[in-house]
Design a protein. Sequence first.
Length: 352
Amino acid sequence: MTAESTSGTPRQPAVRRAPARRVSMADVARLAGVSAQTVSRVSNGHPSVVGSTREQVLDAMRRLGYRPNSAARALKYGEFRTIGVILFTLSTVGNSRTLEAIVDHAAHEGYAITLIPVAVPTQDGVLGAFTRLGELAVDAVIVIMEVHLLDAATMTLPLGIPAVIVDSTGGDRYTVVDTDQADGTRQAVRHLLDLGHRTVWHVAGPEDSYAAERRAETWRATLTEAGLPVPRMWRGDWSADSGYRAGLELADEPGCTAVFAANDQMALGLLRAFHEKGKVVPRDVSVVGFDDIPDSTSFIPPLTTVHQDFTEVGRRCVERVLRQVHHRRTKAGTTLVPTRLVVRDSTAPPPA
């Protein structure tokens, strides 16, 4: 008997549709007129494919609706071609520029980036981020640490996943890439002393920052080695506002003729405060920053600062972590990227 609906109309038998066949890499290769290997390279973002061929393959992918299957690729090649990046904040110049460099160099090597921000910089926060990265399937991880987590005896990174740490003291246990904070600070302080200043005041970064601590320690040590007094240190938070607040007080300090700020943003705040207090830079007080951000040449006056090569930091991070991915056996240790002092118009000999 034929089934009927409630309205009395005979119900038509359901028609089963055959599942649509997934578009394959071979389909794309046939349409684009290239090899499957070329399609694979384009899919992985490999730079070896010339522009016209790349566009030809991408056009075929769009027309066919092709989407690379990362799981299948992992089964075939043993990797996902993805690097996870864990970081606590993008608000600082160093972190944002380091991340940009990591993304660029990873893409050059044919790897994508999965970003996992950690809202609270704790061990649980980092381990939770590792768990999420495991679910997202990555081959390795780069941790832009900055704060003092690896100094704690209880802080360990999960075993079995290649990892590189940026801006940390963990070089005895992990692979670390960092700017040479100490040498950059030493160059800045020595520059001011060589100009004839009797001492150098310091506006430091946050207390929990490894970079800020290393710069403050080296500032203090350089003055001590020179047999000069170590004045009171002001503490900022990397922002121009914190540098401004310190500058309002430093302008009233007798004998303050030279200030080393732990980053360029705080140095910018110093320049504003000194201007409002009637101090002329560098006639009355010299100022040195750290970072060499692009805008530092447009400060009034243009800022003398320590140049950090964030591009090289990012390149070495990717290089070190991929070395672990491909070879597995690598020794822990710290790689320091050199810094250099860039002398502009914000420093001069002290007033007579």
